[in-house]
Design a binder for this molecule. Structure first.
Ligand code: HEM
Length: 342
């Protein structure tokens, strides 16, 4: 996968290089590029999708997300669909179109895995997954695909986008990471072995996800009445949104430097010195912890390494700080950065 990630990202960086002026610097709103890049990577990594149907499904996901979460958030709120009937109709239509596109991607994969073996013996994995009995139905498989598409690209992309922002603000960390990458790769290309040597980059990723968790809420449902102290009860069946941003910025858990960018707090502790073991939850916790964590760490390191090898980053005067929760935590007015070719 690493070589595919490198290939996809190199194409994006070539676009940035082409935009550079004669002086080698240019301003770019990097967020849409990084999101598109991550979309291409998850499409390749999860589904081997490189066809137009996969891309069309992505574009509709984007539209669905905007329809669901702006300007206010009623998704998951009881009776919310009746308050916003027009929006609900748009979301339903988009949902059906996405289902149709994914189903046809699945069917064409299935045809390929059954048929086009050119002599070699191939295992019909999709057929195995979908066979009756305990297998998944086509409907369930479509739902699994949607979870992966949705969960698997924007989260990682935003971690990278906020990293570029924080490295632009902290040139010393930018320099330290660039040096680490040079040492790990010996000046050559990033590969699966070099990635494992990027210790400081792990601290930086952890600290970025502490300050700007790309998945700002965890969802749970109370399976029984839960008592908080002896006066408050969360009744059985209550849907709960757990506020990761609040916990990651809680002075009582992190100390007085809670709002500062200090990756070294993760040097000796995977929890960054947080005083409660559930106070740091960028990938969730327990039985439903993120299944894509390792993939996202790998992608993050490959993409950030490639960017730092080619560009120096600083903040554009046009940047407006406006993180907003639209299911994920995004820079709602974009991420314009000055990129200087190295
Ligand atoms: C920086 C990147 C990512 C972040 C911050 C992130 C964060 C999260 C969080 C907070 C959860 C909820 C966990 C819980 O409720 O305890 C989650 C679940 C999930 N994530 Fe990620 N994720 C990332 C990348 C990915 C990737 C790359 C994939 C797919 C390849 C992925 C697939 C999933 C899936 C399928 C679930 C649901 C797991 C379940 O309910 O059993 N995520 N993620």
């Amino acid at each position: 996968m690493v070589s595919n990630m490198v290939e996809i990202t190199t194409t994006m960086l070539a676009e940035w290089t082409a935009r550079a002026s004669a002086t080698g610097t240019h301003e770019t709103d990097v967020e849409p590029y990084i999101v598109r890049n991550a979309a291409d990577i998850i499409a390749m990594a999860s589904f081997g999708v490189d066809d137009s149907k996969g891309k069309a499904a992505f574009d509709k996901f984007k539209a669905l997300q905007v329809a669901l979460f702006s300007p206010n958030r009623l998704a998951g709120v009881p009776f919310g669909e009746y308050v916003q009937a027009r929006r609900t109709a748009v979301c339903r239509r988009l949902g059906e179109e996405i289902d149709g596109l994914l189903l046809s991607v699945i069917e064409s994969r299935q045809r390929k895995s059954k048929g086009e073996g050119e002599g070699e013996e191939r295992i019909d994995l999709l057929g195995l997954l979908m066979r009756s009995g305990k297998g998944l139905t086509a409907r369930e498989l479509v739902d699994e695909c949607k979870t992966f598409f949705f969960a698997g690209h924007e989260t990682t992309a935003l971690a990278i986008t906020w990293t570029m922002f924080l490295l632009a603000l902290h040139p010393d960390w930018q320099r330290q990471l660039r040096e680490e990458v040079a040492e790990a790769t010996g000046g050559g290309d990033i590969d699966a072995v070099a990635v494992t040597k990027l210790t400081k980059m792990t601290w930086v990723m952890n600290e970025v996800l502490r300050l700007y968790p790309s998945a700002p809420n965890l969802l749970r449902q109370a399976r029984e009445d839960i008592w908080v102290g002896d006066k408050t009860v969360i009744p059985h069946g209550t849907n709960i949104w757990i506020d990761a941003v609040g916990m990651h910025h809680d002075r009582a858990l992190w100390g007085v430097d809670v709002d500062e960018f200090r990756p070294e707090r993760f040097k000796d502790s995977p929890y960054g010195g947080c005083t409660h073991r559930m106070g740091y939850v960028p990938f969730g916790y327990g039985g439903r912890v993120c299944v894509g964590k390792n993939l996202s760490v790998l992608e993050y390191k490959v993409v950030v390494s490639l960017i730092l090898k080619r560009f120096s980053l600083s903040l554009s005067p046009n940047y407006e700080h406006s993180p907003a929760v639209m299911l994920t935590m995004r820079p709602s007015r974009g991420m314009p950065l000055i990129l200087e070719t190295l």
